[in-house]
Design a protein around this ligand. Structure first.
Ligand SMILES: NC(=O)C1=CN([C@@H]2O[C@H](COP(=O)(O)OP(=O)(O)OC[C@H]3O[C@@H](n4cnc5c(N)ncnc54)[C@H](O)[C@@H]3O)[C@@H](O)[C@H]2O)C=CC1
Ligand SMILES: O=C(O)C(=O)Cc1ccc(O)cc1
Length: 367
């Protein structure tokens, strides 16, 4: 008999996981449940899930795999609710939440009842949300962290990996504490800093409206993640409070050091600070994709004149490169606009970049 999968929270991540499961397990019947019914119906219409259910309780007791893909505080709540239900004894329950310590602690209630809970966190995503943004390639080559409890049978972990193999991700087993410290430093703290920078610019834009016009380029690059879901990030910050508090103290020390450098006016030391940051950043692996370029977007500077979009799309069509999306972003100056082209794969993006460059278009991977 075909297996049943229940996804609780059919947003960007839940929807992308559903698509990845369907790819490798076409016989699986995927049911979605979402507090936002409209979002769930959209997922059904887009064939991301087979069916949208109004009751997760009714579905959970029949499911072989249950994936909690809602914000992390809701994950905790759902774990408690699932623990009250007569789940199938062989069912696997997992989550995709960005924090792991509190979720693994909470999951003890499920394990006490004999159920299997394996924590999970696919380390890729985007600032976009909702089922409409789901992509089956979202997690390709990304790390997918699993945090099984100490007494979880290795065969069951392999079973979960098999369910998730369509993600194309690389699975890594980790302790929840190590997970929260690492994601704190590479993801959660940068998120707070991005929001902080935006907040500072907003204050300045209240004083001088030209600040808004000039907030482009590098500012947009390092603050893209500030456009993510505030509900999701509010939960993450609350969950990872203790790691974040110590990381914020370290960050304040780092800023003090930067202030001293600026105050000293010592060109050599300032140069070394930047050079060291560049050296480390340039050494970071690009093949093991992080979250940043999850949608294979390519930005193209275009002259703001009629016919330019059809020129770009004709160049791509001639090379048989499929576009998944095209959008005109705000004009940079009077004469320039920026097109954002989205592709299904890294290969398509690179091919597009090469042929656009050959046609004298300036392209960028980030904006
Ligand atoms: N956005 C990202 O890039 C990544 C997010 N995550 C984690 O994945 C989880 C989901 O995030 P996204 O898919 O980005 O958010 P999303 O906002 O796209 O989707 C979350 C969905 O959960 C639903 N939901 C909220 N509370 C619910 C509840 N009690 N019961 C049922 N549905 C509920 C919402 O209506 C929404 O449709 C979060 O825990 C987040 O920490 C993990 C990796 C990357
Ligand atoms: O948009 C981005 O680049 C992200 O950082 C996405 C992201 C958000 C939360 C995670 O737990 C993992 C990845």
């Amino acid at each position: 008999m075909d297996k049943r999968v229940l996804i609780i929270g059919v947003g960007l991540i839940g929807g992308s996981i559903a698509l990845a499961i369907k790819k490798e397990h076409p016989g699986a019947y995927i049911i979605g449940y979402d507090l936002n019914e409209e979002n769930c119906r959209l997922a059904e219409r887009m064939n991301i899930i087979d069916e949208c259910s109004p009751s997760f309780e009714k579905e959970a007791v029949k499911s072989d795999l249950i994936i909690l893909a809602c914000p992390v505080e809701e994950v905790e709540q759902k774990i408690c609710q699932l623990a009250e239900l007569p789940l199938k004894p062989e069912a696997i329950i997992t989550d995709v939440g960005s924090t792991k310590v509190k979720i693994m602690e909470k999951s003890a209630v499920l394990r006490k009842k004999g159920a299997v809970f394996i924590g999970g966190h696919p380390m890729a995503g985007s600032h976009k949300s909702g089922a409409g943004s789901a992509r089956k390639h979202l997690f390709e080559n990304a790390f997918y962290i699993l945090t099984p409890a100490k007494d979880t049978n290795e065969e069951i972990v392999c079973e979960l990996k098999d369910w998730l193999k369509g993600t194309g991700a690389n699975f890594v087993i980790m302790e929840p504490e190590e997970h929260d410290m690492i994601t704190g430093v590479v993801s959660h703290l940068p998120h707070l800093i991005a929001a902080g920078i935006v907040s500072q610019v907003e204050k300045h834009s209240g004083i001088n409206e030209r600040v808004r016009w000039l907030a482009a380029g590098g500012f947009r690059d390092i603050t893209r993640i500030a456009s993510s879901s505030p509900a999701m990030w509010g939960d993450i910050v609350k969950h990872n409070q203790s790691s974040l508090l110590s990381l914020i103290d370290e960050w304040i020390d780092e800023m003090k050091h930067i202030k001293e450098l600026v105050q000293s006016g010592n060109k050599n030391n300032i140069y070394n600070y930047f050079a060291n940051a560049k050296k480390f950043r340039d050494s970071l692996p690009v093949r093991a994709r992080g979250a940043i370029d999850a949608f294979y977007d390519l930005y193209v500077d275009v002259l703001d004149k009629p016919g330019v979009i059809s020129h770009v799309t004709t160049i791509l069509a001639e090379k048989k490169i499929s576009l998944t999306n095209i959008r005109i972003l705000e004009a940079r100056e009077d004469v320039f606009g920026v097109l954002r082209l989205s592709f299904q794969t890294e290969e398509d993006r690179q091919k597009a970049r090469d042929c656009l460059n050959e046609n004298d278009y300036e392209t960028y991977l980030n904006m």
